[in-house]
Design a protein around this ligand. Structure first.
Ligand code: SAM
Length: 288
């Protein structure tokens, strides 16, 4: 995987040789952080591209196709999401969407790699102003903690209405974010009612990881939902898993509150269309 200079292209190779790529003008920045290789490219048609360990994290043009569906369905399904935890999300896009909800009184973002926050602040136009306020500790409703989300969740005395895991794929530092133990810690640190969402990878190319995570979550949460969405830059459709604590029906969202949100990709009035899943994948998910 990686930058193919003669073709001026960055291609992420998925299993079985499935590639997702962008024509790029040049590489703007690269570094080896304490946790991962970080690269930023200038693409021809999608703005800047953030890459971690050779995997596409986001492109500036179209990143909302991921951040909106990761955030707003659970925020609109929860009756009063005032305390929110984001794990990962160092580019700031997820927290930016969370803070669009006036009900939020306190949001905590736990990102393991300070290098991602710094590079996103310096090079990306995803949530630059928010990242600056977080770095300067001037954001009244949110706090940035540089640390491991697994450790934080185990040790925190705080409780949250919504927990959002916006991590890299289940390898390296993110691996334990997809474990039953972690789901149990999350369940304990959720208020009642509470909602948990995680990105769960490519429907077609990470099917077994999706099924494993779904089955592990079903052992922990009162109800588990799955949905998928086409995400620009990822081997789509991309899957998401939602765990429920208490009495919340994730199939219903508050359309009154949705009216106050400027959305481009997630359509609350068609919330039910999120629950698309190819028949063979649905049957695999339900068979366990
Ligand atoms: N928001 C982007 C998108 O559009 O998909 C991608 C996700 S964000 C860049 C993924 C982040 O998860 C990375 O910055 C990575 O450092 C972070 N991460 C991975 N494992 C983590 C852990 N155990 N605790 C906290 N953050 C973690």
């Amino acid at each position: 995987m990686g930058f193919n200079a003669e073709d001026n292209a960055f291609i992420e190779w998925y299993p079985r040789g499935y590639g997702v790529g962008f024509k790029v003008k040049r590489r703007l920045f690269e570094t080896q952080t304490q946790y991962q290789r970080l690269e930023i490219y200038e693409t021809e048609g999608f703005g800047k591209l953030l890459v971690l360990d050779g995997t596409v994290q986001l492109v500036e043009v179209g990143e909302e196709s991921y951040h909106e569906v990761l955030v707003h369905p659970v925020m609109l399904a929860h009756p009063k999401p005032s305390r929110v935890l984001v794990i990962g999300g160092g580019d700031g896009g997820t927290l930016r969407e969370v803070l669009k909800h006036g009900e939020v009184e306190r949001a905590v973002m736990v990102e393991i790699d300070e290098g991602v926050v710094e590079a996103s602040y310096l090079y990306l136009d995803v949530a630059k102003d928010l990242l600056e306020r977080l770095i300067k500790k001037e954001e009244p409703r949110a706090e940035l903690i540089i640390g491991d989300g697994v450790k934080y969740l185990k040790e925190t005395g705080e409780r949250f209405d919504v927990i959002i895991v916006d991590s890299t794929d289940p390898v390296g530092p993110a691996k334990l974010l997809f474990s039953e133990d972690f789901y149990r810690d999350a369940y304990e640190k959720l208020n009642d009612p509470g909602l948990y969402i995680t990105q769960a990878g490519s429907v077609y190319l990470f099917t077994s990881e999706l099924i494993d995570a779904y089955r592990a979550m079903k052992k922990v949460f009162d109800r588990v939902y799955y949905f998928s969405f086409p995400v620009i830059g990822y081997a789509s459709p991309w899957s998401f898993l939602v765990g429920v604590k208490g009495d919340v029906d994730f199939r219903k969202v508050d359309l009154e509150r949705a009216k106050g949100l400027k959305l481009y990709y997630y359509d609350p009035e068609r919330h039910e269309t999120l629950f698309q899943m190819p028949k063979y994948v649905r049957e695999l998910l339900e068979s366990g």
